[in-house]
Design a binder for this molecule. Structure first.
Ligand code: G4P
Length: 280
């Protein structure tokens, strides 16, 4: 994971996005359905002015279905086209073709009036690291292996993947940088594993996650680890260690190991489909 974003990185990412955006009609922005706001950089709204916009709530398989629906509604109300997908197994990908046509309706109509028929929509995928951009491009383009190569004049040096006769995708995604507006955003990105764990105190992170789960998803921890959620957070972590036999050589409970295990299980969906932030 490359999560140390400092001005140099940011400036480069922004410059590349600005160049690529000139070539396209539509931005397909991926966010993590578990943290749809924390995993997006709102600067894209300014970068992508005048472009059609589609937001994909990716990893929807890991997020609470009830909130997937609410988040879809939330973004639709803000004027974006939206779809919930699972880029890993391909769920929801078929349906986005028609959403893309809708999102680009005005452009297609404009072309038609100028006598341009059947010019494919050009799109780019964008998002912060780890939201599933490469996975999405691979799954979505699986059947369409025709790379159209360089198009003189217009797209020098760029590779396009022709998905069908009405859609071409830039084969390299636009990388946005995460925006740490407050600590809560950083914490959510750490929960989903989008920050270097070495830089974090795993036990502290696990205690924060325990606090969140007990409050928002009561019963989840007790069902999985057979523990009492009324205890304080460290007591809960010790119970997880006991339940999973995380014991150090001297017989002491290994709470660090338990913390790592809890985070892994959460990230892999073993605790169920859980959303970490909710629309207002
Ligand atoms: P990026 O290009 O935006 O940086 O993300 P990338 O595609 O590398 O995906 C990051 C991780 O998220 C990968 O897991 C990928 O398999 C996983 N992923 C992507 N989309 C989905 C989805 O819809 N659902 C789920 N559950 N996972 C998804 P990884 O552990 O890094 O790699 P691997 O285990 O797949 O090898």
């Amino acid at each position: 994971m490359h999560f140390q974003w400092y001005p140099g990185h940011m400036t480069k990412a922004r410059r590349m996005m600005q160049e690529d955006i000139k070539l396209i009609d539509l931005i397909i922005e991926l966010v993590d359905a578990r943290v749809p706001l924390s995993s997006r950089n709102p600067d894209i709204d300014q970068l992508g002015q005048n472009k059609s916009r589609l937001i994909l709530l990716n990893k929807s398989d890991l997020a609470d279905e009830k909130y997937n629906k609410q988040w879809s509604q939330y973004f639709k109300e803000k004027g974006y086209f939206v779809a919930s997908v699972n880029a890993r197994n391909g769920d929801g990908l078929k349906s986005i073709n028609s959403v893309i046509q809708q999102a680009c309706k005005e452009k297609i109509e404009r072309d038609r009036k100028r006598g341009i028929l059947n010019r494919p929509v050009r799109a780019m995928v964008a998002g912060i690291p780890n939201v599933g951009k490469s996975t999405f491009i691979n799954s979505y383009a699986k059947k369409a292996c025709t790379k159209t190569g360089n198009k003189p004049g217009v797209t020098k040096g760029k590779q396009w993947i022709r998905l069908n006769k009405s859609l071409e995708l830039l084969d390299t995604p636009g990388i946005l940088w995460p925006k740490f507006e407050d600590q809560a955003v950083g914490l959510r990105l750490a929960f989903i594993g989008s920050m270097k764990d070495e830089l974090l105190n795993t036990e502290e992170l696990a205690l924060e996650l325990i606090g969140f789960l007990v409050k928002q998803y009561s019963g989840v921890l007790s069902a999985r680890y057979g523990l009492d959620e009324q205890e304080d957070r460290f007591g809960v972590l010790k119970d997880i260690a006991e339940n999973r036999h995380c014991i150090q050589s001297g017989g002491k409970l290994d709470t660090e190991k338990a913390a790592n295990m809890l985070l892994d299980e959460f990230r892999n969906g073993k605790l169920g489909r859980l959303t970490l932030e909710f629309p207002e």
